[in-house]
Design a protein around this ligand. Structure first.
Ligand code: NI
Length: 182
């Protein structure tokens, strides 16, 4: 499934922080969820490309299942990666700092420190178990998305001071937007 040819998905609204679903741990996908996931994946890709973003986790479209999509668009060509029940199997002791953002925290960016390299096990869209070894941007993106599936946002990896600055800035920008459109 999901060759992404002529992508039949539709854009779903993206849930913004501080919505409770973003803080909840997702449920692992089981046999009974397959139809839901097959309908969800094309929508998640279309929503991510439209945003645009390089990663999207199911809770960000209001679904509490362990599903995430990633596309770093290497050489500006699509390279869609769908991960079902992904888990970090190995994380390097070396750390790396990288600036991160999130579609649920629009316009907010901060440097986050994480293991520099990870090996992730997951099931692909056909149900096949695979592993992926990653470094650089892909390693950070995989960890950011797996965090989402555990109810963790990148701001939760910052100091409380930095996290509060971002949350206040986000709330202020939202109020300004609302009063501008009122
Ligand atoms: Ni995110």
């Amino acid at each position: 499934m999901l060759a992404m040819s002529g992508a039949s998905g539709k854009i779903r609204p993206i849930v913004l922080a501080p919505a409770p679903i973003l803080k909840a741990k997702t449920r692992r996908v089981g046999q009974a969820d397959i139809a839901v996931v097959q309908a969800l994946l094309p929508d998640m890709f279309v929503t991510m490309y439209h945003a645009p973003g390089i990663g999207l986790a199911a809770p960000q479209v209001g679904v509490g299942l362990a599903v995430t999509v990633i596309d770093l668009m290497p050489d500006e060509k699509p390279a869609p990666l769908a991960l079902i029940n992904p888990e970090i199997i190995v994380a390097s002791p070396e750390l790396a700092i990288r600036e991160e953002g999130c579609l649920s925290l629009p316009g907010q960016y901060a440097e986050v420190m994480r293991p520099a390299r990870v090996t992730v096990g997951y099931h692909d869209a056909t149900g096949e178990y695979r592993t992926i070894e990653a470094e650089g941007l892909l390693a950070a993106c995989l960890q950011h998305e797996i965090d989402h599936l555990n109810g963790v946002l990148f701001i939760d990896r910052l100091s409380p001071l930095k996290r509060n600055i971002i949350l206040r800035r986000l709330a202020k920008e939202r109020r300004q937007k609302e009063s501008a459109s009122a």
